[in-house]
Design a protein around this ligand. Structure first.
Ligand SMILES: C[S@@+](CC[C@H](N)C(=O)[O-])C[C@H]1O[C@@H](n2cnc3c(N)ncnc32)[C@H](O)[C@@H]1O
Length: 425
């Protein structure tokens, strides 16, 4: 007995010294909804919890009982998988599993199944310890679009900017194909941009993006806009997105239970030339406009650009590379252009390159010397080469940037990601 108390005390002091880091790592992976079988546990983590059930309770407090989990819970079935894995790990080592651990698991099992779990919250820790919570689809490719979840390159780019804030500080930043806003929201929270314009072409992406911006850059930080939304139009929109996602997922939520699911999606994406951008029939049922909540957003006369009332630096813009007019690009006055995971579809590259050309040469008559920072996951060398050749033929040069030093987020790093800086010569 004495030795087990001693063990426990030793474990506690180890927890204080280095295991706080371990708990933080497990907790971050839980909130990012890293597939449970792919979660990184240090060998010592489980061993320490075996020695000291108190530490198991600490882990509950850092995950399923954490306030972020209350406000922005990961999908119910994900939380169940996570608790099951924890119990399995402890039992496999003949541990004295704390009653609270079993209770937390039983509580999750007794909850009514959500209607569907096609949309869920993923939360990402900032250097300050605060979380950014985004509502996302659990599937990388849903309903033919790629914009309803956060991609690795967006996380990689955010990690790089957090280490190199000078590239965006005091700049007018425009992000192309921003998806649900991961990179931009982190940049707006952690850097001193002059302005940040989020752009994408897809109505449902823009809708969820506007909610994610309100949620993280607005005043309603600790209540879920999505749950509490009273506006009928918004409820209808959310229902429609969920319906479409559940049709495309066909009830399969393996995106977080099966470690191969993400890789499968990516492989399919890389192999497919059918990945749709804005033209997918199902996705354009609703005309793309910025029909945003006027209390939160002010729109310009074209209704394509909206300014966020709570933070005048933030703008949201419907911008389709295939249909955009040069004047619209000029009006953005971009000094810095960001984009993540936008070079995956050969057919869209020419339009994307023309947009980049217009933005990068746009500053030619002013003192601005715009720069573009483009992060890409290199799944397919052909797309990368086609993009570089097309950029070079427009006189756009590049240099390859160093990878971020710190691995802050837990995305799949098995496929290389690179950031290129482009400029007009
Ligand atoms: C793979 S997702 C990446 C999203 C986000 N940047 C990220 O990394 O999480 C590609 C994004 O490009 C957008 N996109 C695709 N074709 C586009 C086009 N023609 N014009 C503007 N955006 C487009 C999609 O809507 C989607 O949000």
């Amino acid at each position: 007995m004495a030795s087990s108390i001693e063990e426990c005390n030793k474990s506690k002091s180890r927890l204080k010294l280095d295991s706080l880091e371990s708990l933080k790592e497990i907790s971050s992976q839980f909130f990012e909804m890293v597939p449970v079988r792919r979660m990184r546990w240090k060998d010592d983590d489980a061993a320490m919890m075996v020695a000291c059930p108190d530490l198991q309770v600490e882990l509950l407090n850092a995950t399923v009982r954490h306030p972020v989990c209350h406000d922005f819970p990961p999908a119910l079935s994900y939380r169940r998988y996570f608790m099951k894995l924890l119990i399995q790990k402890l039992e496999a080592q003949d541990a004295d599993v704390a009653d609270e651990v079993y209770e937390a698991y039983t509580d999750l099992l007794s909850r009514p199944e959500d209607e569907d779990e096609t949309l869920c919250f993923k939360s990402y820790a900032l250097p300050s310890g605060e979380y950014v919570s985004l509502q996302e689809s659990v599937h990388l490719v849903s309903q033919g679009t790629t914009g309803l979840s956060t991609w690795q390159a967006a996380q990689h780019l955010a990690e790089w900017i957090l280490e190199n804030p000078q590239v965006v500080n005091n700049r007018t930043v425009t992000e192309l194909g921003c998806g649900l806003g991961f990179t931009g929201i982190i940049v707006c929270k952690c850097c001193q941009v002059q302005s940040y314009t989020f752009t994408d072409c897809h109505s449902q992406v823009l809708y969820l993006l506007s909610n994610n911006i309100n949620q993280n850059l607005g005043t309603d930080k600790h209540t879920s806009e999505f749950k509490d939304s009273s506006n009928d139009r918004e409820k209808r929109m959310l229902r429609k997105i969920r319906r479409q996602l559940s049709q495309s997922s066909n009830g399969d939520n393996s995106g977080y239970s099966d470690n191969n699911a993400d890789l499968d999606s990516i492989t399919k994406l890389a192999d497919s030339d059918q990945i749709c951008t804005c033209e997918d029939e199902d996705l354009t049922i609703e005309p793309v406009d910025l029909n945003l909540n006027p209390e939160k957003w002010g729109t310009d006369s074209s209704s394509l650009l909206a300014s966020y009332r709570h933070d005048s630096r933030v703008r949201l813009c419907h911008l389709d590379w295939e249909w955009v007019k040069e004047k619209q690009l000029e009006e953005l006055q971009a000094d810095v252009i960001l984009a993540a995971d936008v070079v995956y579809d050969l057919s869209i590259i020419p339009a994307l390159v023309l947009v980049l050309k217009a933005l990068l040469y746009g500053g030619a008559n002013s003192n601005r010397k715009p720069r573009a920072f483009i992060a890409s996951t290199i799944r397919n060398e052909d797309s990368r080469d086609a993009f570089l050749i097309a950029m070079a033929s427009e006189g756009l040069n590049y240099s390859v940037l160093e990878n971020p030093k710190q691995q802050r987020y837990f995305y799949d790093r098995s496929v290389p990601i690179e950031i290129l800086e482009f400029y007009a010569t």
